[in-house]
Ligand binder design. Structure first.
Ligand code: AMP
Length: 281
């Protein structure tokens, strides 16, 4: 497995590999601190593409002031080992200056879509995400890019972006990987104490509860939201950011759940912000 640090190297690796009949390039963008969720994206990429790159870059522009940019888990050696084990051909690990050249001014703003769900309590977050992913897609020119449903609002933003910018990459969305107890895997789970981990399980309980209600044909948004809220309010140490039933494409609230609607929840457990969701059937 090769490790490259510059956009020029990544681009020439990609150009050597795609455009050849039968050959495809896949990209798995990550911020490192890798876990089995990231591994599942790599496996999906490996299964679908003949050439696979993973990026490791903690993107400063998607963190707000006072958020965890400085202490975000960074484990370069372990991340490269996982990437190699899961079959990445190349790891792209650029410096901040490589991604944001001196004097950088250009940002990708996805409009109102970037100001819904997580975009409300994290203003500018999705602009940072769209900007860095646009840069990665321009650099790697992948046929496919792999993202987790775990960040479902991010998926909506990026799907919009590739259409709007006519980027020739297909976005592939992979299922949420969970621990045995149901907690969705996240690099930020490393921040949780044992007690907080127990509190964090309320998020996946909400998701299961709502899926159960929908399986019994309960489609009224208010009923689903109230049921979810009832699970969360009785958990000490947990503060709800949002609980929402939305159209997955527009992230606008819907009153009635329909197949493909997104039910999503975000909450702080202590200082750690966690998210979870389900796409309703
Ligand atoms: P991150 O490193 O947190 O930016 O995540 C990189 C990619 O991994 C994103 O597309 C995430 O949605 C995805 N991801 C993170 N956690 C999970 C998970 N538990 N299951 C599946 N994908 C995940």
């Amino acid at each position: 497995m090769e490790i490259v640090r510059t956009v020029a190297e990544l681009r020439s690796w990609s150009r050597a590999n795609h455009g050849i009949p039968g050959q495809t390039v896949g990209l798995v963008p990550t911020m490192g601190g890798l876990h089995a969720g990231h591994a599942s994206l790599l496996r999906a990429a490996r299964a679908a593409c003949s050439h696979v790159a993973m990026s490791l870059f903690v993107n400063p522009t998607q963190f707000g002031p006072g958020e965890d940019y400085a202490r975000y888990p960074r484990a370069f050696e372990a991340d490269c080992a996982l990437a190699e084990r899961e079959g990445a051909d190349v790891v792209f690990a650029p410096s901040v200056a490589e991604i944001y050249p001196d004097g950088a001014e250009t940002l990708v703003d996805v409009g109102d879509l970037g100001r819904r769900l997580d975009g409300i309590s994290r203003p500018g977050h999705f602009r940072g995400v769209a900007t860095v992913v646009a840069k990665l897609l321009i650099a790697a020119e992948p046929d496919f890019a792999f993202f987790g449903q775990k960040d479902a609002a991010q998926v909506a933003v990026l799907r919009r972006m590739v259409v709007d910018l006519r980027i020739a990459t297909e976005i592939v969305v992979c299922p949420i990987v969970r621990d045995a107890d149901g907690l969705a895997l996240s690099s930020r789970n490393a921040y949780l104490s044992t007690e907080q981990r127990g509190q964090a399980l309320a998020l996946s309980r909400v998701i299961r509860q709502v899926e159960g209600l929908v399986a019994k044909d309960e489609r009224r948004g208010q009923v689903l939201l109230d049921a979810g809220r009832r699970v969360l309010v009785c958990v000490p140490g947990l503060r709800v950011d949002y609980i929402a039933l939305v159209d997955w494409a527009t992230l606008e609230p819907v009153e009635t759940a329909f197949p493909g609607s997104l039910f999503a929840v975000a909450a702080w457990v202590g200082a750690t912000r966690l998210i979870d969701n389900t796409i309703l059937r």
